[in-house]
Ligand binder design. Structure first.
Ligand code: PLP
Length: 450
């Protein structure tokens, strides 16, 4: 690392407080500074090339130098660089995108609300749920059930819905009224002799028991990712969603599908809700909506969700909610072009086909002494790294992912360690040969790790 006083590395350490980083380790280790992108690759300032096996943060669907998105942003900047949707104002890109999203929805949706990040979208959803319950004369019906290891963001409300310890510890979270039910990870949570279906039944029974003990009339919604991403790429066990939805239906509890990672092709269908046969009342969208070329998010809701909120705002006189950057015209223009690319190039079909190759390749490592489980669907997967049996010494659970990451980087592959799981979530434009390159880098890394 270049630690001359004015080097980028030294200035980064001196001035830049990083997200999701151990600051004290960072002061010693310094940053990996990226310089440019091309297709599925990024290049650091030393000129080293990496396969971006995580699409940045699960988000760059169309690759790291898509001229059409650059043009869409540039043209919108030149035409109308900013406008908002407060006080009856609107603009073409927001209207076109709202119509487009409603048309793409896997179940009939009525309205789209625009926000700037996944966290902000989920935060807003919670406020809307409270507002709606008040409108319906059910002020007690405000709690939300999420899941252990679920990830929904980092604002006060969305971090409360997130079910990961480091998002709560010392932040004084979660806030009251947010509950966390069983994580549907069969490999980790399944009991000896319990089938996957029986485990799914147990997850649904746990949810039912929580609803009963809290009082069904106090629960507004259940929020979940169709397939858990940041909590470790947790694929729901067979029959899970069918059973969970049956429980929610019994108690008039809304279902929020957090499609921030799964949305726009990641699981081999346009939405994770389609892959897992989920019928949500609300859908959270972000990341791949603009391929993260512009910070942008949204949520869609059914008429049943929307109507009481609109009635209440009508009574009050205004909906007292909105963001300066919400429905940003540049973000909306980038989103529209990005969705056009995804459709024109049939990147959802590519995610299914390349995804099948990636999944087969990952499953091929399942017998490796360092691999506890290989899992995933479409172009999202994970390897659970374990210490080889009888050789636990020197391999520290909780740090295996971070250790493996170093080997991946050496082999030119960027992954993300989530506890001991290594995630794979490459851009949807990936080719068959590039999937093989990822698998080769994984194989070399596992050899290096042994
Ligand atoms: N929801 C899910 C499922 C996510 O994966 C994320 C981020 O990874 C978020 C919400 C939060 O999004 P953001 O980081 O844009 O606030």
């Amino acid at each position: 690392m270049d630690l001359r006083p004015n080097s980028d590395e030294a200035r980064d350490i001196a001035y830049h407080f990083h997200s999701y980083t151990n600051p004290r380790v960072h002061e010693e280790q310094g940053p990996l500074i990226m310089d440019r992108g091309e297709g599925i690759y990024v290049f650091d300032t030393q000129g080293n090339r990496y396969i971006e096996g995580m699409s940045g943060l699960w988000s760059v669907a169309v690759g790291f130098h898509e001229q059409r998105l650059i043009d869409a942003a540039t043209q919108q900047m030149a035409k109308l660089p900013y406008y908002h949707n407060f006080a009856h104002r609107s603009h073409g890109p927001a209207i076109d995108l709202a119509e487009k999203l409603i048309g793409m929805a896997p179940v009939p949706m009525s309205k789209v609300f625009f926000t700037n990040s996944g966290s902000e979208a989920n935060d807003t959803i919670l406020k809307m749920l409270w507002y709606r319950s008040n409108a319906l004369g059910k002020p007690e019906k405000k709690k939300v059930i999420s899941r252990i290891r679920g990830y929904h963001g980092v604002t006060v409300a969305s971090a409360s819905m997130t079910g990961l310890p480091y998002n709560h510890k010392s932040f004084d979270l979660p806030i009251d009224g947010i509950l966390h039910t069983t994580c549907p990870h069969y490999w980790r949570e399944g009991r000896d002799g319990e089938s996957e279906e029986d485990f799914a039944t147990r997850c649904a029974e746990d949810l039912d028991a929580m609803i009963q003990s809290e009082g069904p009339d106090t629960i507004a919604a259940f929020i979940a990712e169709p397939l858990m991403g940041a909590g470790g790429v947790v694929v729901p066990p067979v029959t899970y969603w069918e059973k969970i939805q049956a429980v929610l239906g019994k108690y008039d509890i809304l279902l929020i599908a957090d499609e921030v990672i799964c949305g726009f092709g990641r699981t081999g269908k346009m939405f994770g809700s389609e892959t897992f046969d989920i019928r949500p009342d609300i859908m959270t969208l972000s990341k791949q909506i603009t391929s993260s070329y512009f910070p942008f998010s949204a949520f869609m809701m059914t008429e049943e969700v929307y109507a009481p909120i609109a009635d209440e705002a009508g009574r009050i006189g205004v909906l007292g909610h909105g963001y300066t950057g919400g429905a940003h015209p540049v973000g909306a223009a980038v989103a529209l072009e990005n969705l056009k690319i995804i459709e024109e190039r049939d990147l959802v079909a590519n995610a299914a086909e390349r995804g099948a190759e990636l999944q087969a390749g990952l499953r091929g490592f399942a017998g490796h002494p360092h691999v506890g489980e290989a899992r995933g669907v479409g172009l999202i997967g994970a390897l659970e790294i374990v210490a080889p049996e009888g050789r636990e010494e020197g391999f520290n659970p909780g740090q295996l992912g971070a250790a493996m990451n170093k080997h991946f980087l050496k082999n030119g592959l960027i992954s993300r360690a989530m506890m001991d799981a290594m995630a794979f979530c490459p851009p949807l434009i990936i080719t068959a040969a590039q999937v093989r390159d990822i698998l080769t880098a994984v194989e070399q890394s596992l050899e290096g790790f042994a």
